[in-house]
Design a protein. Structure first.
Length: 546
């Protein structure tokens, strides 16, 4: 099984167990098999250059870059990724409303980092812009109203298109301390099949689960199930203060056998239901490379089963590991279907990030089925496009339909979305219509670019609540924007460049790196410093490819 994962930390029971979902109908995508060479190629750095790059990219205090183990080199890469076409440009006169589900997954960032650190550019379909942006923390204001999150917007000149502007929408969920979190019923579902017998798979899974175990409180309980050729209950529900007992089971895990994932998932839900905590946190943590090859292996059947099981109040978070046969498509969408999060863990430092600093936001959900709908004002906006969120798009009518599933937000989590717009009267991506009637609106409406509506449900509720906010028709130069906005734009530019740079205009790697450097503070965990080094690696690899 391979590397795609999302992590929890009971001190923050946050990023891993949080829950992010999308309508099941959105899951019917095409699996893409990549055949990336593992031997040196025009896209591969020399050993000497790669060794130098690895030194550069490993900030002493942070987490992520190079793992401490050498990954096995496979002769053929059969990793699977969802194929999502980049969001198109829309003419406001034709389609003024944009609707999508919230997404707090971050696995795409760490998975892409793994490719770059191995001296390869990532497959285009492995790059999801929103997961790159949302990997980082931004200083949005804490909510001060009855709503469990705040909404803030900022509009700046776009560095990608001469006449365009970028509208950044930031959502900040209320924070909860560990003591405020309800009791947790966690089921560790661990893939111990033969494909997990690699340094960056089962050994890293065990390190991750040990970190999580250290965060457990007495009121929490853990069940451990393993699966290979068959599934096995190796630890009955055990209180969080019995750490030695839990760790002994984790330390004894060994890999071997085929991969029968479907029956194991069924058993995990059965055990979670037996130990269900009313009004508590009930979550399955699936640690695997996603390479199911026994039992139900059909992609849509697995998603459908998980989507049905989430109705029991038990969510599913996926933690991805490994290379070569990693099924990222399955990992990311199982988490979506299961109202959970997806994280990819490429080294112990990433495990620490997800577990120790983000556990509360992944485990404790403060808002469910969060949908965003932006209505653009034809008097002030001519064209727009949503940056990322391709596999989170919803129909306009889905916004008001409480039966349509969407993503969840965990305690303390923040989410960012960016729209690029062409103001009215400016030349954009599309030609003007010869016969289109001019739009007349009053002066008040001309003071707004757009109107943002967010619909959500409180945990356990069936009826949704709406929060609305206008985006004023005013903007500032990019250089005058705050560091968070400029850094988010740098990350979006980086992701777009990795996907081919279709909408980056004249902005290249040098400009992306410069913008990131200028907005790199505050950076308490050196995450932004690491990003800058990754962008430099990507620039070098892209130059070799060309």
């Amino acid at each position: 099984m391979h590397q795609a994962t999302k992590i929890l930390t009971l001190s923050g029971l946050s990023c891993m167990i949080m829950a992010c979902s999308t309508p099941v109908k959105q899951y019917d995508q095409v699996a893409v098999e990549t055949t990336l060479p593992v031997a040196p190629s025009p896209m591969t750095l020399s050993n000497q250059a790669l060794a130098h790059t690895r030194k550069m990219i490993a900030p002493a205090s942070y987490i992520a870059v190079m793992p401490t183990m050498e990954r096995p080199r496979l002769e053929q890469n059969t990793e699977k990724y969802q194929n999502n076409a980049v969001n198109p440009v829309h003419r406001v006169a034709d389609q003024a409303v944009s609707t999508f589900s919230i997404d707090v997954d971050t696995g795409g960032y760490s998975n892409t980092r793994r490719f770059l650190n191995d001296g390869r550019l990532p497959p285009v379909d492995a790059v999801r812009v929103e997961e790159m942006i949302n990997y980082f923390d931004y200083q949005y204001p804490q909510p001060k109203s009855i709503h469990p999150f705040s909404v803030s917007t900022e509009t700046v000149d776009s560095p990608w298109q001469a006449n365009a502007k970028l509208i950044k929408i930031g959502i900040q969920a209320k924070d909860l301390s560990t003591s405020q979190l309800p009791p947790a019923n966690l089921v560790f579902l661990v893939d111990v099949s033969g494909s997990m017998d690699a340094a960056d798979k089962l050994p890293l899974v065990k390190q991750t689960l040990r970190l999580l175990t250290e965060q457990l409180r007495p009121q929490d309980k853990v069940t451990i199930i393993t699966y290979a050729s068959g599934e096995k209950l190796v630890l009955e529900p055990t209180a969080g203060n019995q750490k030695d007992k839990i760790l002994a089971v984790i330390n004894a895990l060994q890999a071997g056998g085929a991969t029968a994932g479907e029956q194991a998932i069924q058993l995990a839900y059965q055990q979670a239901e037996k130990a269900l905590v009313k009004n508590g946190i009930n979550r399955i943590l699936l640690a695997t490379d996603g390479d199911f090859n026994v039992g139900i292996t059909d992609f849509n059947s697995l998603k459908g089963m998980v989507a049905e099981k989430r109705k029991s109040g038990i969510s599913l978070t996926t933690l991805g590991f490994g290379t070569g046969n990693y099924n990222e498509q399955l990992m990311e969408q199982l988490a979506d279907a299961g109202d959970g999060n997806y994280s990819y863990i490429d080294n112990k430092n990433e495990a620490k990030k997800v577990i120790q600093r983000q556990l509360s936001s992944t485990l404790a959900t403060v808002a469910q089925d969060v949908k965003i709908q932006v209505e653009f004002n034809p008097a002030t906006v001519k064209e727009y496009r949503l940056v990322g969120y391709e596999n989170r798009m919803l129909k306009q009518e889905d916004f008001n339909n409480d039966k349509v599933d969407a993503g969840d937000i965990g305690a303390g989590h923040n989410v960012t979305a960016i729209y690029e717009i062409i103001p009215a009267g400016q030349q954009g991506w599309l030609n003007d219509s010869r016969y289109q009637a001019s739009t007349k609106t009053d002066t008040m409406k001309k003071s707004e670019y757009a109107y943002v509506n967010l619909r959500y449900k409180l945990p356990g509720q069936d009826q949704s609540i709406v929060l609305s906010q206008a985006v004023k028709a005013e903007s500032r130069a990019l250089a005058q924007a705050n560091n968070d906005t400029r850094f988010a734009i740098a990350v979006a530019s980086y992701a777009q460049q990795l996907k081919g740079g279709q909408y980056n205009g004249t902005m290249g790697w040098d400009q992306i790196i410069q913008l990131a450097q200028q907005s790199a503070q505050p950076d308490p965990y050196q995450m932004r410093e690491e990003f800058i080094e990754l962008a430099k690696i990507a620039k070098s690899l892209a130059a070799k490819k060309n």
